[in-house]
Ligand binder design. Structure first.
Ligand code: TRP
Length: 336
């Protein structure tokens, strides 16, 4: 049976962290056997917000290396860099004629970015969802693993595809946002303020590139409190977050011990000691990230290997992309 096509992109702005790992990359790894996967580094997209490109190449290489270190197999999936696939840019051009200024201006992410960078409201920013639609439609993907914040973009991609099909003939399948439902876990920032994110409080974000010592320091500083006032209390979200992390990187027994301690009390005094819990979590997290960091560094430092991997990924991506473009040019009537 033909496998369904999956596309997803990661912007190379900043270092990848545990939120990316548990929210996205682990899903990718899981999808690579079931689906025909196209995963790429969205370096064109990053130009809409990061015109300074001094760090860009390095970041692109790091994202490729970290994805492989996390378990993506470049033999199974197409792992590539967006700018290596010029077919995307051509489809972007066609889709731009099907995208209306009004709907682009109403996009939530556009309005956010206008607020964040009022001095640089460029047309690329406005048409960010069109480029994203081109990324997806060029591979005729039907499933797109993305978080909640990207669902509006996917809806727009469906609209553009639908308009294309109406105007030029049924060519493009409609793509849908996809994840493994309730198994998706959310990682909060260690200071208890919002999601773990690339740019906010770095001391409260654990990066895949962090040293063992950095990981320990950050976890020991994570927000806690006096402990539960009575047995079987509801966990505040910053405490739940520590338990969530522990459930992913520690042994079942260790997790259960702290869970039991949290729920118990002795003569009205709570038993759990968050200092001990964080020490244990810090060790287990350091052990968990250590091999990923080492593997990513080894790949990133091997320029020959990296170039070979990116070339191989681009070839796979362009194979299907050029097929799509041929169909599209024909549908529009550009095959002179
Ligand atoms: N916009 C996505 C994000 O910020 C990244 C992205 C670009 C993407 N192109 C894509 C995701 C295509 C899925 C499919 O996270």
């Amino acid at each position: 049976m033909l496998k369904e096509v999956v596309v997803s992109g990661i912007r190379p702005t900043g270092y990848l962290h545990l939120g990316n790992y548990f929210g996205a990359m682990r899903n990718y790894v899981r999808m690579q056997d079931e689906y025909n996967c196209y995963f790429f580094v969205a370096n064109w997209h990053s130009l809409t917000t990061h015109p300074d490109t001094r760090e860009l190449k390095n970041s692109v290489h790091r994202v490729i290396a970290e994805n492989i270190a996390c378990g993506l197999d470049p033999e199974k999936v197409a792992l590539y860099v967006q700018s290596d696939v010029p077919e995307i840019a051509e489809l972007y051009l066609y889709l731009n004629m099907l995208a209306y200024k009004g709907e682009l201006e109403k996009t939530a992410t556009f309005k956010d970015k206008v607020r964040l960078q009022p001095e640089n409201v460029n047309a690329g920013l406005l048409t960010y969802p069109v480029l994203m639609a081109a990324d997806v439609l060029i591979q005729r993907a039907v499933k797109v693993p993305v978080g909640k914040d990207q669902e509006q973009h996917l809806e727009m991609a469906r609209n553009f595809a639908d308009r294309f099909n109406h105007r030029y003939g049924e060519v493009l399948p409609l793509p849908y946002a996809f994840n493994y439902g309730d198994e998706l876990i959310k990682i909060l920032s260690l200071d208890g303020i919002g999601k773990m994110s690339k740019s906010e409080n770095q001391m409260a974000t654990i990066y895949l590139a962090d040293s063992d010592d950095h990981i320990r320091k950050k976890i020991m500083k994570a927000k806690t409190d006096q402990g539960p006032a009575e047995p079987n209390s509801i966990k505040p979200d910053y405490i739940q977050n520590l338990f969530t992390l522990m459930s992913q990187v520690s042994s079942k027994d260790t997790y259960q011990k702290f869970e039991d301690d949290f729920n118990a009390s002795s003569e009205g005094n709570c038993i759990i000691r968050y200092g001990d819990m964080k020490k244990q979590l810090a060790e287990d997290m350091a052990q968990f990230i250590h091999p990923i960091r080492e593997k990513a560094a080894a790949i990133q430092n091997d320029e020959v290997l990296l170039q070979k991997l990116m070339k191989q990924g681009a070839e796979k991506a362009r194979e299907r992309a050029s097929e799509t473009l041929k169909i599209i040019r024909e549908a529009i009537g550009l095959n002179n």
